[in-house]
Design a binder for this molecule. Structure first.
Ligand code: SF4
Length: 491
């Protein structure tokens, strides 16, 4: 891996930067060092110990970590975290280990992949409008991603990707890489969106939008909320409007109200009527009620229809999280006058809030492993792609299950919250370094042209102990060393 030039300097060839590293120093990424003339991987090599996790309560991975005691066990999984890389990929992966599980010979190929084609998808549980779709997301003034299609109760950001890493200026690439690394390693990142909000996000933590910590994810869209709670409102109020930037619901017009026999109220909603009791675009997107820009819900109402409405008509207006609500009664001129919320309705508003799940940020790392990394696994790379596609080879990232996208290549996604902490690194090309493990039967490994001469028993690798650190396996994950059911699909 190294070549001496000059006497006390070695050259690292673990990535295209090819650092010259003086004795006692680390390279540009701080992952490799010159330790007494030897090139060494600095971080501990992480082993997952299943026995430690069984029967134990769920705790963060690193709370029960420690130096590896050399104990041999069948329930140990060698992750790629700290394993080193295969770069420049003509050579076999740093660890190719065999183990016998339930009488089946398995092989796990372990490497830290260098990913120029990678990014994260951020799922931010909030109704608040973060910014128009397609608008840029920035850190340190650099563009690092964009707003993508919103999902049910969540705003979605796409961060990173090869264009930001390699296709812009040097500082754009650097800022993108830094942002990805922080997000993947669970650190908080502040992002600003053009013509939108500023958000602070970290994996598994509530998002903070414009300085306000988000507590709840919406119970549903306005229409769904009407459907869920119609019965609880029936008889206690004459009409209900659930304000939502996407689909505002109106009880008296909604199918749920019709089926219960709710009387027409003469209410008239601004915006575009989609179907009965469901309205689009009642206001502009924003950070107010139900992801609209309004703080006064009456702004979405036209005057009540005089031929239908009646004085003292009772109206509840509520947002999709139940955090905002207002109760009105019509006066003689059919104008809504705000009153205290009756106790009979308070319960339903509390119920909406109760049904909201905690708002969280999810960081999904997504990358393509269908390139040269495959050569570290097999001399015939396309066979690895086929094997993964046919679920013969299981892909994990630091022991966490990876979702493989259908179609060509090995495009995978993994929830970083399921991985051990600080599983990611970087190289200044810039690119992210992520652990990836391929597990399959020894027979299948031979069939796909695996580097059979480099297969070592797991026990032998564990005995080396150097830099190894054991970490409790998270019981929330499926154990990665499971023999695949013969002919059956991957679970
Ligand atoms: S950046 Fe890191 S991996 Fe790349 S050559 Fe330098 S020390 Fe090695």
């Amino acid at each position: 891996m190294s070549e001496a030039t000059p006497a006390d300097t070695i050259r690292c060839d673990a990535c295209p930067v090819l650092c010259y590293i003086k004795r006692g120093y680390t390279g540009a990424c701080d992952r490799y060092a010159n330790h007494e003339g030897q090139l060494v991987r600095v971080d501990p090599h992480i082993l997952l110990d299943r026995a430690k996790s069984q029967g134990a309560p769920l705790v963060p991975f690193l709370e029960r970590e420690g130096e590896w005691d050399g104990k041999l066990g069948k329930e140990t999984f060698l992750t790629a975290i700290g394993a080193g890389t295969t770069y420049p990929d003509y050579k076999p992966a740093p660890f190719i280990v065999s183990s016998v599980v339930e009488g089946v010979d398995l092989v796990t190929v372990v490497t830290e992949g260098i990913f120029s084609y990678c990014g994260v998808k951020l799922k931010i549980d909030t109704d608040r409008h973060l910014g128009p779709e397609r608008n840029f997301v920035r850190t340190q003034g650099e563009t690092v991603g964009h707003v993508t299609t919103a999902e049910y109760g969540s705003q979605m950001l796409s961060i990173g990707g090869v264009r930001h890493l390699t296709g812009g200026t040097k500082s754009e690439g650097r800022a993108t890489c830094e942002t990805l690394l922080d997000l993947c390693n669970g650190r908080e990142v502040e992002l600003t969106i053009d013509e939108g909000a500023s958000v602070r996000v970290a994996s598994g933590q509530p998002p903070v939008v414009n300085g306000q910590r988000e507590e709840r994810m919406r119970v549903g869209c306005g229409s769904a909320t009407i459907g869920m709670f119609a019965k609880q409102w029936f008889g206690k109020v004459d009409d209900v409007v659930v304000v939502d930037d996407h689909i505002t619901g109106v009880l008296s017009e909604h199918q749920a109200g019709k089926m219960l026999g709710v009387r027409e109220s003469g209410i008239s909603i601004k915006g575009r009527r989609s179907t009965a009791g469901r309205y689009f675009r009642v206001a502009n997107p924003g950070t107010g009620w139900g992801g609209t820009d309004i703080s006064d819900p009456l702004k979405i109402l036209n005057p009540f229809k005089p031929k239908v409405a009646w004085p003292k008509l009772r109206l509840l207006m509520v947002s999709t999280t139940g955090e905002q609500f207002a109760y009105y009664e019509l006066d003689e001129a059919l104008r809504p006058i705000e009153k205290d919320l009756p106790d009979a309705l308070r319960e339903s508003v509390v119920r909406i809030r109760e049904n909201c799940e905690p708002a969280l940020t999810t960081v999904l790392f997504m990358a393509g492993a269908g390139g040269s990394l495959r050569a570290g696994v097999t001399v015939n790379p396309v066979k690895l792609t086929d094997s993964v596609k046919h679920s013969i080879t299981r892909v994990t990232c630091g022991g966490a299950p990876a979702y493989i996208w259908p179609g060509g290549g090995i495009t995978f996604m993994v929830d970083v919250a399921r991985m051990p902490e600080n599983a990611f690194g970087y190289v200044p090309t810039p690119a992210l370094v992520a652990p990836i493990e391929f597990t399959l039967s020894k027979t299948d490994y031979a069939l796909l042209g695996g580097h059979m001469d480099y297969v070592r028993p797991l026990e032998a690798v564990l005995r080396e102990k150097e830099r190894q650190r054991e970490v409790a396996f998270s019981p929330a994950n499926p154990w990665p060393l499971r023999p695949r059911k013969s002919g059956g699909p991957e679970e």
